[in-house]
Design a binder for this molecule. Structure first.
Ligand code: AHR
Length: 325
């Protein structure tokens, strides 16, 4: 079950390949082996602890290796993120790491990097695979399996509720790969239990305050809700605020499950307000930079490299708190 499936591996080692090895296209930009690199990291936004932890990990690892980092923050704008990648290309970075805000609008950025001869790695989020392919248009995708995260949340909820729940779903940023895939995995699992019903579902943009606002609205329309599936901890925490303001008792008369494993999320589990959260590890620095170094050294890079994530509930949240972000 969920707990058994989670593994513990340190950052650089916590990468395994899901996909069967695929040949890299000959026209993929190459990376020369050098003592140091100028790398670009195009972040999508900095409005939650997960993003801050990801950025810190990328900065720390660059400093550790003595690599120069060109860092940009798209401030939740896909258009700005495309422009940020343009600017990295103009600055002749050696390699680009991109966490694309949404699946389709960032395709031009991927294609422009390829045309400019700069190898690009997608980290954390992906782009539409029908429009750009790992191993052909960019070197590799490194990140969590978002569909599996949704499945694990769904499995926990089915087990905990005995297969009967009226669920409010707080979705992540519309058009992003985690929102699309977490929903897909969750629905795949709960659709096998006739008693599990999503009564309302809305975009909360992965933020605490939007999660709170959306929950307030959806709760008014669906006071019969007995469970919440939030696509990240921040929205779950916003939902807890909205529920308490409405006189509900999270963890007692309504069950919450979420994704990420941030410090406040773990604390909510310890406090008995949230039931469980599926880890989505934001610490990409060591694995991403090592993948670039390996690519430069001519080693085979798998097109899809999947992080192995934990699962947190009341059995392990307290002991995991100190190491969280
Ligand atoms: O892409 C990963 C998701 O993005 C995390 O779950 C969320 O917290 C972040 O904004």
């Amino acid at each position: 079950m969920n707990g058994k499936r989670s593994g513990w591996l340190i950052a650089a080692a916590c990468l395994v390949s899901l996909a069967a090895p695929a040949a890299q296209a000959d026209d993929l930009p190459k990376l020369k082996e050098k003592p140091t690199y100028k790398v670009g990291f195009a972040q999508t936004e900095s409005n939650n602890p997960w993003r801050l932890a990801q950025t810190q990990s990328m900065k720390d690892e660059a400093a550790k290796r003595g690599w120069q980092l060109v860092y940009t923050d798209a401030n939740s704008s896909a258009a700005k993120q495309v422009a940020d990648v343009d600017s990295m290309i103009a600055q002749h970075v050696d390699v680009i790491f991109l966490s694309p805000r949404e699946e389709k609008p960032l395709i031009p950025a991927v294609m422009k990097a390829k045309k400019a001869g700069i190898p690009l790695f997608l980290i954390d989020r992906s782009v539409d695979p029908t429009l750009a392919k790992a191993g052909r248009d960019y070197v590799s995708f490194i990140g969590s399996d978002f569909v599996e995260e949704g499945r694990r949340a769904g499995e926990w909820l089915v087990k905990t509720t005995g297969g009967t729940a009226k669920i409010i779903e707080l979705q992540g940023t519309s058009g992003s790969s985690p929102a699309n895939d977490r929903r897909k995995g969750f629905m795949e699992v709960i659709s096998k239990s006739p008693g599990m019903q999503v009564v309302a579902s809305q975009d909360g943009d992965f933020t605490r305050d939007k999660g709170r606002q959306v929950m307030e609205t959806l709760l008014q329309a669906h006071p019969e809700a007995t469970a919440v599936f939030a696509h990240n901890d921040e929205m779950a925490l916003g939902a807890i605020t909205a529920l308490e303001a409405a006189g509900r008792h999270p963890g007692k008369d309504i069950t919450l499950v979420s994704i990420d494993g941030e410090k406040d999320g773990l604390q909510a589990i310890i406090d008995g307000k949230m039931g469980a959260t599926v880890e989505c590890n934001p610490r990409f620095g060591p694995g991403a930079y090592q993948a670039a170094a390996d690519y430069a050294a001519g080693k085979k890079i798998e097109p899809i490299v999947v992080n192995q994530d934990h699962f947190y509930d009341s059995s392990n949240a307290a002991q995991s708190l100190a190491g969280s972000y």
